[in-house]
Each structure stands twice: as C-alpha cells, then as structure tokens.
Design a binder for this molecule. Sequence first.
Ligand code: ADP
Length: 496
Amino acid sequence: MNKTGFVPQILVIDDERDIREGCERILSRMDCNVHVADNGQAGLDIIEKEDICMVICDIKMPGIDGLEVLKQIKEKNPYIVVIMITGFSTVETAIEAMKKGAYDFISKPFSPDQLRIVARRAVDKLSLEQQARELQQQQEQSLADLVAEKSRMRTIVESLPNGVLVTNIYGQIVLINKMAKSFLDLPDDMVIGETIADCIQDDGLYEYMMKFTKCSISDDEAVESYEMALDEERYILAQGRPVVGEDGQCLGAVVNLSDISDMKLFDRLKSEFVAKVSHELRSPLSVIHGQLGMVLRKNEKQNQDGSNHILGRAKEKTQTLISMIGDLLDISKIESGKDEQTLANVQVDELVEKIVEFLIPQAEEKKQTLSLKLPSTPFPAVLADPVALESVYGNLIVNAIKYTPEKGNIQVRVCVKDKQVIVTVKDTGFGIEKKHLSKIFEKFYRIKDDQTRLINGTGLGLPIAKAIVDTMQGEILVKSQPGKGSEFTVQLPVAQ
Ligand code: ADP
C-alpha cells in the first residue's frame, strides 16, 4: 500500500512461467495485489471479474497476442494502465503499442529494478489520478450540497409570512423576500444590490435600517421597533438586528417586517372601549368621592369620629380610582389622536426647574436628595404642549422618588446635544431587571416584588409619558441595574 492508502490490483499476462512468477514476487513486495494469467484470453477474463487498474502484458503470446489484448482492454476501460513486455530489440512493436494506448514498455530480459522503476511510475500515476478523482467528487458533492442548501434557504425565506430584508454595510440589499417587496411597494423583479436609499420611501424606516446597517447598535442592546403606516388601514412593524460575523465584525443588518394592522385595530377598539367605560365611571365616582367628603366633614363637626377611619380609607380609594380613570382617558385621547394639544415654545430648563422645586418636599419626606443640573449657556426651546410635557418630566421624577429607598439620591440633568433637548432622571433606587425593561412602557405593567409591592400606582404613568413623547417625535429611553438604580432619558427635537 502506498502513502495514500491506495492498493493497486495488477495483472501480469505472460506465457513464460518464470517471468510471470518473477513479476508476481517483485510486485507483491511493492504492496500491490497481483493476479497472473498465462494467455491473453485468461487475462481478459480476470479483468472482467476483478478491479484491475494496471496490466503488464507480454506482446508475443500464442493465441491472442499482446497488441490485441491491449486493444480490447482500452475498449473496455481506457483508464487501465497497460505496460507492454517486448521481445529482444522489437522497438517498432513497442512504439506501435504506445500509439495504441500503452502507458510504457519494458524489454526482455529485464532486471527486478527495471521492473520496479516502470511499475512504480505507473502506480504513482494511478495514485495521483485516484486522488484527483476523489477531490473532484468531493468538490462536486460540496457544490451540489451548497446549491441544494441555498435553494432550500431561498424557498424557506420566500415562504415566510413576514417580510425579510438583509443589507450589507453599504446599505445594499443582499436578500429580500416577496412579502418585504409587497410591504415596501417594490417590483417583484427588483435587482439585488440596489441600495435602501433608492428603494425605501419611508424616511423613518430608512434611518432605522441605517442604524443597524452601520452597526451603531450592538447585537445585545435592547432596540425599539419602528412602526410604519402604509395607508390608513395597514401598519407594518419593523424589527431590526445587526448581522455580526464570527469574528465580531459588522456584516450588515437584517430587518423583519410584520403586518400589525389587525393588532392596531384591536388596540384601537380596546382604547375606545376603555375610554367609554372610564367616561361612564368618572361621574358616579366623583359623586361618591364628594359625598364621602361631606359625610366625613359632618361627622367631624358632630364629633362622631367612630367610622371616620373607614370612610377616610374609602375616600382615598375613590381618589385613586378617579386619577386612574383620568390617566386612562388621557392615554386613550393621546392614542386616538383626539388629544387637543396647545403647542408653544417651551423652555425645558425653566419647566424642569419648577417641577424639581415643587417635588423637593416630597423627596425630603424620604430624606432623599433631589438635585438639578442645568446648562450654563442659553437654552433652545422645544415645540410642545407645556402641560403634557410637565406630566412627562413630573412622572419620571415622581417615579424616581417612589422607587428609591430613603436617603437615596436623585439627579436631574438638562442639556442639549445634536439638536435634541435631553432630560435625564437618574436615581439610586431599586432598579429594574432586564426582563421588565421593555415592558414598563406597556399599559398597567407594574413590577411587583418585595420592594415595590406596597408602593401605590396604576402602571399608566410611563405609557402616558411615552405616548406624549412619541407624538412629539421624541424618544424615551431607560437604563437600569437592579439594586443600583435607574436612568430615564427623554429626548425631544429642538424647535425649528
Ligand atoms: P406606576 O408608577 O404607577 O406603577 P409607571 O408606568 O410610572 O406606573 O411605572 C411602571 C413600573 O415601572 C412601576 O410599577 C415600577 O415597577 C417601574 N418603575 C418606573 N420608574 C422606576 C424607577 N425610577 N425605578 C425603578 N422602577 C421604576
């Protein structure tokens, strides 16, 4: 056997017994599998049965001669290597044999070394051919696998019910499925390689996609989705992620587009229902609240304080219900777009200063420090409804006070960066676990753990704040570490 594990099967055809046996001995020692035949027909029979790759054949034999054997071998299998044994000085016959396809020849009488050299050359050639064949087979197989895999992937991506769009770092589309083309109103035969700048009409979606395409957002960062209205009835939600290679390098972005029209409709119906019910509840509740107040005052005058404790608790609860109803009405108004806002140029630094002053006593009750850092330079205004804006910042600072234990620290900072007015509220409170971070902006979502269970609230403050900030084309972000504190940031565009 040679280095590659290839064991050649060699057939020696010669009518001279000494030559047959001599060849068999020498070739067997070269790790070859040797067969012998004493005439041409017997040799051809062995070739039929065995996987012979090399034949050493005498030219002059009784019956079928060597040249005829060569001819028949080549007709059957042109890949078998044939070495002719020629008689004394019959060079012409040897040349004729080579012309008919013999690989080499060896003249009688030959020494063992001469046979070894000729046989070794032929075995090496066979071994190389074998390796080349195997390599080609492997290559063809991997190519076939690749093509099958690619077409399988393409079929799967095409059949997805959602739109899928993949870009490279230059913002060129490298993959897009049928659904994405239909959502983005792109022709079916659009060319791969076009840039999203040329294809995507919606500026917001383009900017959202570019954030991932340039990998300015890391793979594990919690990222907001982008909502896009196709027309009055149809809405699409885009959710992107950067595509990061094995070595951590940015390769582009993948964006999933899903049709959320049904969800939006459901949400609208739910908001309308909540608004209706809240509206109906508000008047009777206000009446009960007022009457409880009257009874309490009357009891106090008549020094009948016995049931006042229970009545006082009932009045407190009705007050909580009334504020919850107020919040619900606010949120449904904002969501339905029916909230009539009075827009004005608001100096956020002045507004936040007033809110902080107002809330300092509340923080002092919990022995907390509430500090404010304002910019020293003149500050640009934002175009907003001052009442709505006050409720956004007020809610964040009140939350910081509520969810920070006694003696904690709350820092409010106002600054301007990249034409955005930024207000940050940072506390040293309980913090929020990662799994809750994206949910605290959902309606009624409250984290109930040992630390927060007894803190009153409706779970509507942050959703209202987010809804207001959204209508102002702003952004509200949160960072938090459980046990260390939270940081809420509101960014609003500077008024033009
Ligand atoms: P509420 O305060 O009425 O419960 P919010 O919508 O304002 O409702 O807040 C939702 C939840 O987010 C809260 O219940 C609380 O668990 C969490 N949260 C908000 N602000 C903070 C904060 N600064 N620190 C820790 N948790 C907070």
